[in-house]
Design a protein. Structure first.
Length: 368
């Protein structure tokens, strides 16, 4: 390692990432602007993004995101890592062509054997034609495709279309206070615009570094699902800052990327299921030093999640409804009375979003 390269400690990387993720301090601003600055929000659980935005935005109103979704200014689509992300329209149109290789690799790894010998291009083209007219659930797609090609695996064909046709999950799914099936329509038919023909991978990598950096090539690849990004980073390197982590790995950053002091206070923050903060690095120790598995529970979201204490993933939360209603926090290790009070206060604020402020808050501490 070059002795002149600054080495960043785990805690420095933690604080840099938290600041860029707007988790050191809530700030005001338009919802769409933050979604775009963070290059989308993980949204496999349809309502998870509401908790993610609440944790980052001062005075967040769920109605603002719902309006963006129903007016088709934001969408939920399979993009980064072939998982559902909430993104702005412009980002959806830019990202889908770049993420197609990720979708293709994921589909062939999961379903390629089931469709050996099938004309996958024909299946995807026919499915896209169906989805250009109206939304289909995957089960309805399976039935229609199975009837057309009875000798091929109907379930795998439905997945081929959902992976490879370029689709979004349409509203009302993902709209606060509403329910809806996971119905798909093509990007172009839902948004009225075709995906970009010449999107810039360089620009996408720079946006990742601005939102998640400093980061390694492996980190960028983990976040996106793309491979062979070394040549992209090497091409950008003359305009980047170069650091190293404590293990000697090179990290890259945009020139104006903030690097807060390692002792900058980090408040308690409640995150939703599978927040991108915890998933977007190959080396996740900057926010998850103990390597805990991040839970992805079933359901629509906004009912369970993770908790940051002093910047690290150090607890889980769950909102129980019904006769035994409570917001339960389970810490991974004992906490001080001051931290417990902060957990309880932040939990009561979360209840303003997802439940009732009268709901009890229960903190369970894992004993030493």
């Amino acid at each position: 390692m070059n002795a002149s390269i600054r080495v960043l400690s785990r805690r420095e990387l933690n604080r840099a990432t938290l600041q860029r993720q707007q988790l050191l301090r809530r700030e005001s601003g338009p919802v769409a602007e933050l979604i775009e600055r963070l290059v989308g929000l993980q949204a496999q659980a349809p309502l998870a993004a509401y908790v993610a935005l609440w944790s980052r935005l001062e005075g967040f109103d769920p109605a603002e995101l719902s309006a963006l979704m129903t007016s088709r200014q934001t969408v939920r689509a399979s993009l980064l890592r072939s998982t559902i992300h909430l993104v702005t329209v412009d980002d959806c149109l830019m990202m889908w062509p770049l993420m197609y290789p990720v979708a293709d690799r994921g589909f062939r790894g999961a379903f390629g054997k089931q469709l050996a010998g099938a004309d996958i291009d024909a299946v995807v083209a026919y499915g896209a034609e169906l989805l250009s007219r109206e939304p289909y659930t995957r089960s309805r797609l399976r039935d229609v495709l199975g009837e057309r090609w009875p000798d091929w695996d109907a379930n795998a064909m439905a997945y081929a279309v959902s992976y490879l046709a370029g689709t979004v999950q349409v509203t009302p799914r993902g709209v606060w206070g509403e329910t809806g099936a996971a119905a798909l329509q093509t990007i172009e038919s839902w948004l009225g615009r075709a995906p970009d023909t010449e999107p810039s991978i360089d620009a996408l990598v720079l946006r990742y570094l601005a939102a998640f950096g400093p980061a390694s090539v492996a980190d960028v690849q983990m976040w996106s699902g793309l491979t062979r990004l070394r040549e992209v980073v090497d091409r950008l390197r003359p305009g980047l800052r170069v650091y190293a982590d404590e293990d000697g790995r090179e990290l890259y950053d945009v020139p104006d990327g903030p690097l807060p002091d390692a002792d900058t206070p980090a408040p308690v923050r409640f995150l939703p299921e599978f927040d991108n903060l915890l998933l977007s690095h190959a080396d996740r120790r900057r926010v998850n030093p103990n390597g805990r598995v991040v839970p992805l529970p079933p359901g629509n979201g906004a009912a369970m999640g993770t908790v940051l204490i002093d910047g690290d993933y150090a607890a889980d939360w769950r909102h129980h409804r019904g006769a035994d209603a409570r917001l339960q926090i389970t810490t991974h290790s004992p906490v001080t009375a001051a931290v417990r009070a902060e957990l309880e206060a932040e939990a009561r604020a979360l209840l303003d979003l997802i439940g009732s402020k009268e709901t009890p808050v229960v903190v369970n501490q894992v004993p030493k």
